[in-house]
Design a protein. Structure first.
Length: 237
């Protein structure tokens, strides 16, 4: 499948015209999805009733997150609620999020809430990217969660990459055995991780205005993967 280049260019050009380098969560996820990388379903709602409508369209359980250009780390201000199983839980979560944000970041502009498909727990991996002034676009892969924070268990390549290089990247990390089903754990879908790495490499190479890209966490399962969070920063002028 070919990438939906028009969607990507429109999002990037709109941000540049508005003088923004930080793409919002919806924009970032649309770009990732345009390159055929599996992403959780996501939408924006302006109020609680619209959030319930969107949740029904996406399908419960859902995640609710504050949508604000002034809040980068949503969890730190109590702006995230996960695994909401029905309308009643969503209404309660919406109220709690709004109260948390108004008390902790009173001057933040609130544009609504993000309603997102809930991805069940899986083995977390991370795919990242950056534009290096000497080498150009660079892609990174590693285990997500505490592994990337504590052990810095990551590997790098110049983008774009092919399937062979993606395979090498996956096998290079110290935690590779965890992906193959270590000590009775279920193995994950390595073929889908490979495809995602190749497609992220293309995304970085074909859109060199991207300064940083961070897909973390990506939940991996026996069959398939899901990007849960995506962050894209463009180069400044």
């Amino acid at each position: 499948m070919h990438a939906d280049i028009d969607t990507v260019r429109n999002i990037i050009e709109k941000a540049k015209k508005e003088g923004r380098i930080y793409l919002n969560e919806i924009e970032s996820k649309k770009i990732v999805a345009a390159y055929n990388i599996p992403v959780v379903k996501v939408d924006v709602a302006r109020d609680v009733d619209e959030a319930i409508e969107k949740a029904k369209e996406i399908g419960f359980p859902v995640v609710l997150k504050i949508f604000s250009p002034d809040i980068l780390h949503k969890s730190d201000v109590g702006g995230v609620k996960v695994n909401l199983k029905n309308e009643e839980e969503l209404r309660k979560a919406y109220e709690e999020i709004m109260n948390n944000v108004k008390s902790r970041v009173p001057n933040a502009r609130i544009e609504g809430v993000v309603v997102q498909e809930f991805a069940p727990d899986g083995l977390e991996v991370i795919i990242g990217g950056l534009f290096d002034q000497f080498f150009g676009p660079v892609i990174m892969f590693g285990l997500g969660g505490i592994w990337v924070e504590l052990l810095k268990d990551v590997t790098f390549r110049l983008a774009p990459i092919d399937e062979r290089e993606a395979d090498e990247m996956i096998k290079e990390i110290k935690g590779y055995k965890l992906l193959t089903g270590y000590r009775g754990a279920e193995p994950v879908d390595i073929e889908e991780i490979k495809k995602a790495l190749v497609n992220v490499g293309k995304l970085l190479y074909e859109n060199q205005e991207i300064k940083e890209l961070d897909l973390n966490p990506i939940m991996t399962y026996r069959n398939g993967i899901k990007v849960v969070d995506a962050r894209i920063i463009l180069k400044g002028e």
